[in-house]
Design a protein around this ligand. Structure first.
Ligand SMILES: [Zn+2]
Length: 261
């Protein structure tokens, strides 16, 4: 079973690094427990049997099922992202990740970085409780992974370098809204598999509306943070998540040519 070692794991916040491509067809919870004995990088922070860690692994495995299916229909392979659960701070190929940043995806190492305390904050600070709200957060970061795989992220990065700062922010917003829409695409498939309960979609929409730029403003300056750009208004985020949820189609997520905002 392939297991990548973390970049700069000496920071001490990194507690788990799980290669979820190993999960296909197996119970993710068992895998987490199994891997933790061999492959846990640190021992403080997130216990391997933490219910939220298990929940995140289940969600991630389900996003992999969804995106593998979508990519297969297009005759392509879906390279699965890895997940890093951490507390406080961790090293990533995109710089130092800190809990205050919230979850982020690093295209350089194709890993999703998540501090589970964010879920608590999602509930208490942003008033977006519920398991689907948490799932949406994971699925949004996976959406950035999809953008990396399709080459969208590097096209945006190149365009951002060429343009003005204002232009760059507008591009970032479109990229973020597309990730919201991709999260919705996953939600559509999850619903088809009977994984959504009544009210789940609303939970996700509430979370989309709640997570805004104020969270981002808490970030430490001078760090390279993929999420350090504006994410768009609550209204836009809800609209694009809804677009993915309703359609289940990537082509319903073309935030770049759409004139809706
Ligand atoms: Zn994002």
């Amino acid at each position: 079973m392939g297991m990548a070692l973390p970049v700069g794991g000496g920071i001490g916040g990194l507690v788990l690094l799980l290669l979820f491509s190993a999960l296909t067809g197996q119970n993710p919870v068992d895998i987490i427990n199994t891997q933790s004995s061999d492959d846990t990088v640190g021992t403080t922070g997130v216990p391997a049997d933490d219910p939220q860690a298990e929940f995140v692994s289940v969600v991630l495995a389900d996003t992999e099922e969804t995106w593998s299916e979508i990519f297969r229909e297009q005759g392509q392979d879906y390279p699965e992202p890895m997940l890093v659960l951490f507390t406080d701070a961790t090293q990533s190929a995109c710089g130092v990740g800190q809990s205050a940043m919230g979850p982020f995806y690093c295209p350089n190492d194709q890993m999703v970085y998540l501090d589970l305390s964010f879920f608590h904050e999602l509930e208490t600070r942003f008033g977006a409780p519920g398991d689907f709200a948490q799932a949406y957060v994971v699925a949004h970061e996976v959406g950035h992974h999809v953008q990396t795989v399709t080459g969208l992220s590097s096209r945006v990065a190149a365009a951002r370098e060429r343009g003005s700062e204002r232009n760059a922010n507008a591009l970032s917003v479109r990229q973020e809204l597309q990730a919201d829409c991709y999260a919705g695409v996953w939600g559509h498939y999850a619903a088809r598999r009977g994984l959504l309960e009544p009210g789940d979609a609303e939970e996700g929409l509430r979370a989309a509306a709640a997570i805004g730029d104020d969270r981002i403003q808490r970030q430490t300056q001078g760090r390279v943070v993929p999420e350090s750009f504006t994410h768009g208004s609550s209204e836009d985020r809800v609209q694009w998540l809804r677009s993915g949820l309703d359609s289940g189609r990537m082509d319903a997520c073309d935030t770049f040519t759409s004139g809706t905002f």
